[in-house]
Design a protein around this ligand. Structure first.
Ligand SMILES: [Zn+2]
Length: 394
């Protein structure tokens, strides 16, 4: 967090300096994104601006930028946001995943536990070859995600093997994942989490837990989490979710947030959220810190569709656009130090940009229980700029 703050201050100073350059020298840019509604929650900006890019970095964010550009993107009527960061995906499973995610505006992703000690090296290889920044969480179970539940046999949660996997992939692995639902871990949930913490400790890394119908209640799980750890599938329905039988948030859950535990949406496909839980929790002010899709290459045909579609579900529940984009950009960037200079359109930051369109109409959204709800607005991915270059459309 300290690093990030220093970065933001430095960038602000740089912004003041750079601001005069275009008019004085009629600078030449690689790309100018013209006339969009720029929403950059990292600086609280929501205004019509041009975004100029040079050398793969953001060079200026101003009204009516003059100077030549090799390439111009007309963003009038569109939203121009920092590139989206998806902290719970399975994009590392195949090399086809990352370029597909890029089409959805995702310029940074975390593969959350597809691989364990036995197979993380393949995931890491996909991440290294990805067009955008890709990182991975190593599953505490040596098999990674496995049919029948990778933690049913607790011996698979081998601390030494997980630490070895981290040590040989320090450039890619940014944390440890434990899937704790009853159909993955059975009665082993708490022991699996203890081992995940033990594996992460010497590397000072966060642990992400996947919750949902766990054997153990939240009041037993949450005390095992430290500041900066992540709870994904935060709106998983009972048993043992974040709400009591009367639909009230457990005080342990809000207390966990206050001490720095991050709550992530994690759309996914089965058992991870229903509309009723989202509605009850958000009415009590319990919104996600980050969105994530739990994406894989099949997600186009599920209720996930794409990251902007997942974000739009919270527009339907009334989350303001600034906060919505924060959850998908700067908030996500702050979870892992690897994304320290991402999730922002600050001058000097890598030029990762998502151009989105907010379309009015009747849009149907799906939960994980075949429940549909209609919203009046949906965000669509229009164009992605990665390191200053527009990604080709499929
Ligand atoms: Zn997942």
């Amino acid at each position: 967090m300290m690093n990030r703050r220093r970065f933001l201050c430095t960038s602000a100073a740089a912004a003041a300096m750079f601001a005069r350059v275009p008019s004085a020298f009629a600078a030449t840019y690689d790309v100018v994104i013209r006339g969009g509604r720029v929403i950059d929650p990292s600086v609280g900006l929501d205004a019509i601006r041009d975004v100029a890019i040079a050398g793969g970095k953001i060079a200026a964010v101003e009204a009516n930028i003059t100077g030549d550009a090799t390439e111009t993107i007309d963003a009038r009527g569109k939203i121009v946001a920092p590139g989206l960061i998806d902290i719970h995906t399975h994009a590392g499973r195949t090399k086809e995943g990352p370029p597909l995610a890029l089409q959805d505006g995702v310029t940074g992703w975390v593969d959350a536990g597809s691989g364990g000690a036995d197979n993380i090296d393949q995931i890491a290889a996909v991440a290294r070859g990805a067009p955008q920044i890709g990182r991975a969480l190593v599953n505490i179970a040596r098999t990674g995600v496995a049919p029948g539940g990778e933690l049913m046999d607790i011996n698979r949660a081998n601390v030494a093997l997980a630490q070895g996997a981290i040590a040989r992939n320090r450039d890619i692995v940014v944390g440890v994942k434990a899937r704790m639902s009853n159909n993955v871990a059975g009665t082993n949930d708490l022991e699996a989490l203890r081992r995940a913490q033990e594996a992460a400790a010497p590397f000072n890394m966060p642990v992400m837990i996947h919750v949902g119908q766990n054997y153990s209640p939240m009041r037993a799980i949450l005390p095992l989490l430290k500041r900066g750890d992540i709870v994904t599938h935060m709106y998983a329905p009972a048993p043992n979710g974040i709400l009591d039988e009367k639909g009230q948030l457990f005080p342990d859950v809000t207390a966990a947030r206050r001490r720095g535990i991050i709550f992530d949406f994690g759309n996914g496909v089965a058992d991870h959220f229903d509309w009723a839980t989202v509605e009850k929790a958000t009415k009590q002010g319990f919104w996600p810190d980050t969105f994530s899709t739990d994406w894989n290459v099949m997600s186009k045909t599920t209720g996930v569709v794409d990251f902007p579609n997942v974000m739009s579900k919270f527009l339907m529940f009334g989350m303001p656009l600034m906060q919505l984009i924060a959850c998908a950009t700067v908030n996500a960037a702050r979870v892992f130090p690897a994304f320290d200079d991402r999730g922002t359109l600050n001058v000097g930051a890598p030029a990762d940009v998502a151009v989105l369109e907010l379309r009015d109409g009747t849009h149907e959204f799906l939960d994980n229980y075949k429940g549909t709800r209609s919203g009046r607005q949906r965000l669509f991915p229009i164009a992605t700029v990665l390191a200053g270059k527009q990604a080709p459309r499929a």
